[in-house]
Design a binder for this molecule. Structure first.
Ligand SMILES: [Zn+2]
Length: 75
């Protein structure tokens, strides 16, 4: 379980650069963070949010319902 305080401060690394308070994320099934602006999706692997742009872009065209739960292991 990711700490709620951490979720509060996490932002999509792309959108947060665009404007102040940009890149708000939505927790999905406890295992994904969905950017509400650009549709990048960041997996939470072993309780660690993987906030890497490459990783987020990998899932950009996958609808939330199609995301694997739990996310595949990150290496
Ligand atoms: Zn974004």
């Amino acid at each position: 379980m990711v700490h709620p305080d951490l979720l509060e401060i996490l932002r999509c690394p792309i959108c947060v650069r665009e404007h102040e308070n940009g890149g708000a994320l939505e927790l999905y099934k406890e295992t994904w963070l969905l950017c509400t602006e650009c549709d990048r999706k960041y997996p939470i692997v072993e309780d660690i949010p993987v906030m890497l742009v490459d990783e987020g872009e990998k899932w950009i065209n996958t609808p939330a319902a199609g995301l694997p739960v739990p996310p595949p292991p990150f290496d």
